[in-house]
Design a protein around this ligand. Structure first.
Ligand SMILES: Cc1cc2nc3c(=O)[nH]c(=O)nc-3n(C[C@H](O)[C@H](O)[C@H](O)COP(=O)(O)OP(=O)(O)OC[C@H]3O[C@@H](n4cnc5c(N)ncnc54)[C@H](O)[C@@H]3O)c2cc1C
Length: 485
């Protein structure tokens, strides 16, 4: 019997977990734009949140998620997330994944911002994401076809408006390909690289969301961006992240005069929710402060945080001597994305979205730390279950759009676009900078541009997103103004 074909875009935790769920019954193809481990999943340092400590309970995890999200979360989604969490951990354990433990074999729990108790499970110290992603990839059966360095460029529909295939570009030789599919899953992650200063992997340019927008899929909360307070900067550039788990171990934020920046700002001080800490640091920076993470209270830093240590050493940061790491806030996570129900279904038939690319409303307006890897596991399983319940009733024929000649648009330089986005969609926003961004984009007429390579495709996708994000941010600003009146 011919198996239905499922295409998964993205080999982070969301995409990889779905591939495993469907491998037995479907012809599964998973695509990644770059190396198999080039994803935000593989960069995750802190770990995965789950109420598995004997003194913890899903209700407490639920409460913390809602408080961090300013009660703007989809409560059904949060409930699913926190209730499924212990089962996800149990299943990973059963399959042989080892979370960090004490010498007596008891699980070690990390503490991160806005959690009312230590509940973050981690592996290899700060290498949870890398080890989990490798673990999933290592479990792919031979039947899963793993297309690496192959970037999805557009989604194709059939005459009834159902998803019927994709187009791709092999990034090493520039060749274009077409694939038919019965079900398509977007797991391409967030949008971090649309900002110059970001914790995100270079491959995270919002491609999946931009492609979904182009076929008319519903999107939501696209301007809801989480800024992480502690990106490590070297020579003026964001190099990577210093996990909140470091503050969970006692590190504190100080200025150049060793003045504590969070002590008086929130009852949880340095472990306040991310949006609170980032706003305080942003204001401090604007007032001329230089910000450091003082790690003098953290014991065995190098053992607990080997990945962060390697990053600092690579950049010759003298943190062992100074006990300080220079940090600044930067773009980290997208709360919004392609609108889906709780089974990953989008507004386009046979198109699913999961992980950071999806918007279920689970995070509200500010994601609770370490809920994202959990989201990737929980909702990818649910999307896979939904696909198993859905039979494709007919043989689809993708409509291949004709090549348009004489296109005249242009694309902005990446760095220029990133700077405009930073000014408009950063921590503090105004109508003026948002309208400036929209005017800047309008001068390029980017949709009318002939795109022929990866760099151009990424820049076009970033323009599509920047325009939608600015529109959404303007609506949000107007909403706040109306509420204030
Ligand atoms: C530095 C850092 C630390 C973090 N720490 C934590 C943490 O401790 N705990 C936590 O819960 N969350 C953490 N997060 C957030 C979390 O890692 C991500 O939200 C989550 O991993 C997203 O998973 P995903 O599978 O949806 O997407 P990703 O893991 O980002 O994967 C996206 C995939 O899509 C592929 N792709 C992109 N575009 C295309 C295209 N056009 N064609 C084909 N493939 C494409 C990429 O190559 C990649 O394989 C962290 C994020 C960062 C950046």
């Amino acid at each position: 019997m011919v198996k239905e074909k499922v295409i998964i875009l993205g080999a982070g935790i969301a995409g990889s977990q779905t591939a495993l769920e469907l491998a037995q019954d479907y012809d599964v193809h998973i695509f990644t734009k770059s190396d198999p481990l080039a994803s935000n999943s593989a960069l995750a340092q802190g770990g995965i949140a789950a109420a598995v400590h004997p003194d913890d309970e899903p209700l407490s995890h639920y409460r913390d998620t809602l408080i961090a999200g300013h009660f703007e979360n989809n409560r059904k989604a949060v409930r699913l997330l926190v209730e499924e969490a212990p089962h996800i951990i149990e299943e990973l354990h059963r399959e042989g994944f080892i979370f960090d433990q004490t010498s007596k074999g008891k699980l070690l729990f990390g503490l991160e911002g806005a959690h009312s108790m230590p509940r973050i499970l981690h592996a290899g110290g700060d290498q949870t994401g890398l080890l989990l992603t490798r673990f999933l990839h290592d479990h792919f059966p031979a039947t899963v076809q793993f297309h690496q360095h192959e970037m999805a460029t557009s989604i194709l529909l059939d005459e009834y408006g159902h998803v019927a295939g994709i187009r791709t570009l092999t990034t090493k030789d520039g060749h274009c390909h077409f694939y038919h599919c019965d079900h398509l899953i977007i797991a391409t992650g967030g949008i971090g690289q649309i900002f110059g200063s970001t914790s995100n992997d270079l491959s995270i340019t919002g491609d999946g969301i931009a492609m979904a927008i182009q076929i008319g899929a519903r999107v939501s909360d696209l301007s809801a961006i989480q800024f992480h307070p502690t990106l490590y900067f070297a020579n003026g550039h964001a190099v990577g992240l210093v996990s909140e788990a470091v503050r969970g171990q006692g590190a504190v934020l100080v200025d150049q005069n060793d003045r504590r920046l969070m002590a008086e700002e929130h009852p949880l001080a340095d472990l306040a929710p991310r949006d609170v800490v980032s706003s305080v640091l942003f204001r401090a920076q604007n007032a001329g402060c230089t910000i450091f993470l003082d790690i003098s209270a953290v014991t065995d830093f190098e053992t607990k945080f080997p990945q962060i240590t390697a990053m600092l050493d690579k950049n010759q940061e003298p943190f062992r001597l100074t006990k300080k790491i220079p940090v600044q806030p930067g773009a980290h996570f997208l709360m919004g994305g392609i609108s889906t129900n709780l089974s990953g279904q989008t507004s386009i038939p046979d198109l699913y979205a999961i992980g950071e690319a999806a918007s279920t409303g689970v995070h509200g307006s500010n994601r609770l730390a370490s809920n994202s890897l959990l989201e990737a596991f929980v909702f990818s399983k649910r999307a896979a279950d939904q696909i198993k319940r859905t039979k494709v009733a007919y043989k689809k024929m993708a409509i291949i759009p004709k090549k348009t000649k004489g296109l005249q648009g242009t694309l902005p330089e990446k760095a220029v676009l990133q700077e405009k986005v930073r000014q408009a969609l950063g921590i503090e926003r105004s109508e003026k900078t948002l309208n400036d961004l929209l005017c800047f984009l309008a001068t390029h007429s980017f949709l009318n541009c002939q795109v022929t390579n990866k760099d151009m495709l990424e820049r076009r996708n970033m323009c599509i997103l920047a325009a939608k994000m600015a529109d959404n941010a303007l609506v949000q600003l107007q909403r706040v103004e109306t509420e204030m009146r």
